[in-house]
Design a protein around this ligand. Sequence first.
Ligand code: ZN
Ligand code: ZN
Length: 347
Amino acid sequence: MITAKARAVDGPDKPFRAAEINRRDLDSHDVLIEIKYAGICHSDIHTAHGEWGPVNYPLVPGHEIAGIVTDVGAEVTKYKVGDRVGVGCMVDSCGECVNCRKGEEQYCLKGNIQTYAGVDKYGEPTQGGYSTHIVVTEGFVVRIPDNIELDVAAPLLCAGITTFSPLNHWGASPGKKVAVIGMGGLGHMAVQIAHAMGAEVTVLSQSLKKKDDGLQLGADHYYATSDPETFEKLAGSFDLIINTVSSAKIDMDAYFALLTLDGTLVNVGAPGEPLSLNVMSLIGHRRSFAGSMIGGIRETQEMLDFCAKHNIFPKIEVISADQIDEAYERVLASDVKYRFVIDTSTI
Ligand SMILES: [Zn+2]
Ligand SMILES: [Zn+2]
């Protein structure tokens, strides 16, 4: 067993505490990673608070992991000691089902193994990146290009791929009009990526508070959704809308009305409660309502290489391990520009 330091939470309303956790000894295809930085994703908060179903506490969240390889198993071929690598939201899958064989491991028919709050193939609970070390099979490790610093690389492993994958799948490109709902951790990545793909990008945010940032990151237009005129003005405008908001208190029909004929609205935010919608809003213009969850390992590597090529980096605030509880409160208050990243040397 390898002992790692970590920050764990013992219940839905408990604070984080220092902990020691075990990582398995390296199997032949395993890689040991010394974690340098771990991003704080909204999913960490939902899970830590038990909002997405029962959790086996103590829980170590974190699925935006960037670090350095410090040891490899006997048959590892992809990585060597010293390589800069990342791990995202999953650490394994069956590898045999039709979706795994397509490289869409996130949609594994047997369920992918989540980086934390999952159970690995040895029957042990998985624990995430708020930790000094992690052991992951090489097929679920990605390479971080040299021009991406490790602290800004971390949020790409969830926020980056979660927005890149639907933009890629639904063809954001020159001539396409793309809207992004929400200018937070996911939204500020979606804006940069959609812009780099050549689309005309509009941000739909509650207020105009972050307008300057949005335009600087590549948005062509920025509207406040608190202003009813926004919905009149933009009716029937967008080929693709990426909804990054994870609240169920959103008027979906108002947003469907912003789609063109054959337009698609994709939810990447995952509300804890069901959404309500009027199907008439879709029927009217043959519109689609879709969902998308992270991306496969091959696509995650494509995303990293794309971000490296286009100099796309998350905007981050680096914190120490003692500031996790405070950071959670600030994320819930939308008071972060735009992602907290834990410096794991402080764990
Ligand atoms: Zn996430
Ligand atoms: Zn599978």
